[in-house]
Design a protein around this ligand. Structure first.
Ligand SMILES: CC(C)(COP(=O)([O-])OP(=O)([O-])OC[C@H]1O[C@@H](n2cnc3c(N)ncnc32)[C@H](O)[C@@H]1OP(=O)([O-])[O-])[C@@H](O)C(=O)NCCC(=O)NCCSC(=O)C[C@@](C)(O)CC(=O)[O-]
Ligand SMILES: NC(=O)C1=CN([C@@H]2O[C@H](COP(=O)(O)OP(=O)(O)OC[C@H]3O[C@@H](n4cnc5c(N)ncnc54)[C@H](O)[C@@H]3O)[C@@H](O)[C@H]2O)C=CC1
Length: 422
């Protein structure tokens, strides 16, 4: 199969579905099974579905589309997305086109190191216990490795031990084992390690054994990406400045940061779903990381530079090119072939780049014509379909704004009606 994919296919969306598929087949990145799977319309046989989870009664499909124009670390990449929301694929393609003019996305991912947690309560003299755990590093790593011999043979295995005192008063000690998991997402491997080392941890530290489970806040498995876009590509210096001001808004306000991060995750999640990744784990890690400073913050920043903007994002990303659905789901296998990532680390860089692209497209629209024009133009097709399916009865949007005053921890001085005037 050819490795020289050209992801810049102008006007792809204007072709009919059959032509799009033929154009992708002609690139030579798909094997025979993947071609046959896509040509048949995709999907999942119920017999396979019945083995994936429980109480299966049918399958549930989503559209599979391709985001185009992506260039990541000097490689053209086709980005499959499984998503129902109109404009997510168009937006990511649009931003990737702009970034491509400045050389594309660049990034790097940490080695695939996951975190196993072992919880102990009522530990007597918890600080001394923490020191004993750290001193027993070699035997804890050996006990962990003994539980995953095949991973050790592949070059992975346990790398480090950390003891964290969560409450000296209650004697709550949490021990982290850091495990390198190769090209897997690694959750099952790490849970195996957590359960295997827990009895030894307890013997060393004392106390009552609690949970033994991975953490989805994979701080030793971060990915960092960056991209630039010129004023010209963005539609002018004013738009570029608007993008940088949007970041200040998100930095100052968790209400905005939540939406900013939703926009960042738009394409990332869609790609993760197409690739059979555990998107719940990805989401949990991303949002926990966004709040790590004690305040919920944007996952990306865009800074004004002469003639354009530079964007950066950093987040934990536990994804795999093996394990999970990769062996059993024909659509996932096809999606992995389209992306062509050779390792879990390379895949993480692609996914984070997709996040940055989604984010840029949304901010560019928000800082110029507003989100509704482009988004709603694409949304209209869905509404027409819904209207046809429901005999023309479109859902009426409620114009009423509900008054909702939750507990506030956003640092803002809030002025409500009747409070702002004397
Ligand atoms: C919608 C566009 C792309 C139109 O943008 P446009 O300027 O009309 O596009 P264009 O006609 O100049 O085309 C530019 C490129 O966009 C792509 N493109 C263009 N149209 C299509 C299409 N129909 N199907 C597939 N791809 C399309 C395509 O790659 C095309 O290149 P070409 O092929 O022509 O060489 C633009 O307005 C945009 O990027 N909008 C942002 C939309 C968005 O972000 N949607 C996400 C949902 S909103 C949300 O969930 C999150 C949010 C917004 O709240 C987050 C936040 O607040 O931060
Ligand atoms: N909190 C969470 O996020 C949790 C997630 N999960 C689930 O765990 C699954 C992911 O766990 P994994 O351990 O990744 O999957 P997995 O259980 O499929 O293990 C990966 C397999 O790939 C094999 N492998 C082949 N080549 C490899 C290579 N080069 N590098 C690494 N492994 C290689 C390994 O030997 C192993 O058998 C997902 O389905 C996820 O939904 C499970 C528990 C909790």
């Amino acid at each position: 199969m050819s490795q020289n994919v050209f992801s810049r296919i102008s006007g792809f969306y204007k072709r009919c579905l059959e032509d799009r598929l033929s154009a992708i087949e002609a690139l030579g990145v798909l094997d025979e099974d993947a071609r046959a799977h896509l040509a048949s319309g995709g999907g999942l046989p119920t017999a396979v579905a019945d083995r994936l989870c429980e109480n299966v009664i049918a399958t549930h499909a989503l559209p599979l589309g391709l985001a185009l124009n992506f260039r990541v670390n000097q490689r053209d990449v086709l980005v499959p997305m499984a998503v129902e929301e109109p404009s997510v694929i168009a937006a990511a393609s649009n931003a990737a086109r702009m970034v491509r003019l400045s050389g594309g996305f660049t990034g790097e991912a940490d080695p695939p190191i996951m975190t196993a947690q072992v919880q102990l309560d009522d530990v007597p003299d918890v600080d001394a216990a923490a020191s004993r755990v750290v001193a027993a590093r070699a035997s804890l790593l050996a006990a962990g490795d003994a539980a995953i011999p095949r991973m050790v043979a592949r070059g992975g295995g346990c790398r480090d031990v950390e003891a964290r005192v969560l409450s000296a008063e209650l004697g709550v000690l949490v021990v982290h084992l850091y495990v390198e998991v190769g090209d897997a997402m690694g959750a099952n491997l790490v849970d195996t390690v957590a359960e295997a080392v827990a009895p030894l941890v307890q013997r060393i530290a004392g106390g009552t054994l609690g949970l033994r489970i991975l953490s989805n806040l994979t701080v030793r498995r971060l990915v960092r990406v960056t991209a630039t876009a010129s004023d010209e590509a963005l539609g002018g210096a004013e738009v570029a400045s608007g993008i940088a001001r949007a970041i200040r808004f998100a930095e100052l306000d968790p209400y905005r940061a939540a939406t900013h991060n939703k926009g960042f995750m738009n394409g990332l999640d869609a790609t993760a779903v197409a690739l059979g990744q555990d998107f719940r784990a990805i989401e949990a890690g991303a949002h926990a990381y966004a709040a790590m400073s004690g305040r919920y913050r944007p996952l990306s920043t865009w800074e004004r530079i002469p003639g354009g903007v530079v964007g950066r994002a950093e987040l934990p990303l536990a994804v795999g090119t093996v394990g999970g659905l990769a062996e059993v789901h024909a659509g996932v296998r096809a999606a992995l072939q389209l992306v062509g990532a050779k390792s879990a680390r390379e895949l993480a860089v692609v996914l984070a780049s997709v996040g940055l692209a989604s984010n840029l497209a949304a901010l560019r629209a928000l800082a110029s014509e507003g989100i509704q024009r482009g988004h709603m133009r694409l949304h209209e097709r869905k509404r027409a379909l819904a209207a046809a399916g429901s005999g023309g009865a479109a859902a009426s949007p409620s114009g009423e704004a509900k008054r909702f005053a939750p507990e506030r921890a956003d640092g803002a001085r809030v002025v409500q009606q009747g409070e702002g005037e004397t």
